[in-house]
Design a protein. Structure first.
Length: 206
């Protein structure tokens, strides 16, 4: 039911795009993106090992600068550890069937100013995990750690992370116990064409 409702909402939100999309696989992919929303309440049903690995594989399929793959994922399913990890994040992490902590591995990151690309790489991995969770019928929410020093220290202590492993975020994941409607975030005023402030889209004629 959740997927049906979300798909209907997504089709309404993307009516202008959907009219031009004929390939069903493409429609499924677009709908999965448009129906993803933050889920903070979960049932007691556990998340299967198969689903966890699927989400982790999706995370590792993300784009990464110079293919450095500067990430490390900590999947937490132990209830006591989830409660400890919850901290200021509240019940959503404690209730989750699994929390995937996406971390940057500084031993694999680029050096110098380019080192900060690990943040983009791990953020792309996080989005892939969120989309995979939605496709699997699960609910998930991204809770940030980095660059808040206090949060980084808290999560690092709970998971016994070495100094070279920096937690970017904690993704709480579980079987949804709520069905919030996805938000329509399309705002044409946030788009420019060809240059900042450009109002018209043009294509060079062949």
């Amino acid at each position: 039911m959740k997927k049906v409702i979300f798909t209907m909402l997504a089709l309404a939100m993307t009516a202008g795009v959907s009219a031009q999309v004929e390939n069903k696989d493409t429609q499924v992919a677009i709908n999965n993106i448009m129906t993803r929303t933050s889920i903070r309440e979960y049932t007691n049903e556990p998340v299967s090992k198969t689903d966890i690995e699927t989400m982790l594989r999706a995370g590792m399929a993300a784009p990464t600068a110079v293919n450095r793959q500067p990430w490390h994922f900590v999947a937490v399913t132990d209830k006591a550890k989830l409660a400890e990890l919850a901290g200021r994040r509240g019940g959503m992490v404690k209730q989750a069937g699994v929390a995937i902590v996406v971390c940057g591995n500084m031993d694999k990151a680029l050096q110098g100013p380019a080192q900060a690309f690990w943040i983009q790489d791990c953020s792309a991995a996080t989005q892939n995990i969120l989309l995979a969770a939605n496709a699997l019928g699960l609910g998930a929410v991204w809770t940030g750690c980095y660059p808040m020093d206090e949060r980084v220290a808290e999560v690092s202590k709970v998971l016994k992370l070495p100094e070279t492993i920096i937690p970017l975020c904690v993704i709480a994941i579980g079987h949804p116990a709520e069905q919030p409607a996805p938000k329509d975030k399309w705002k044409p005023e946030n788009v420019s064409y060809n240059e900042f402030g450009g109002k018209k889209f043009s294509q060079t004629k062949q």
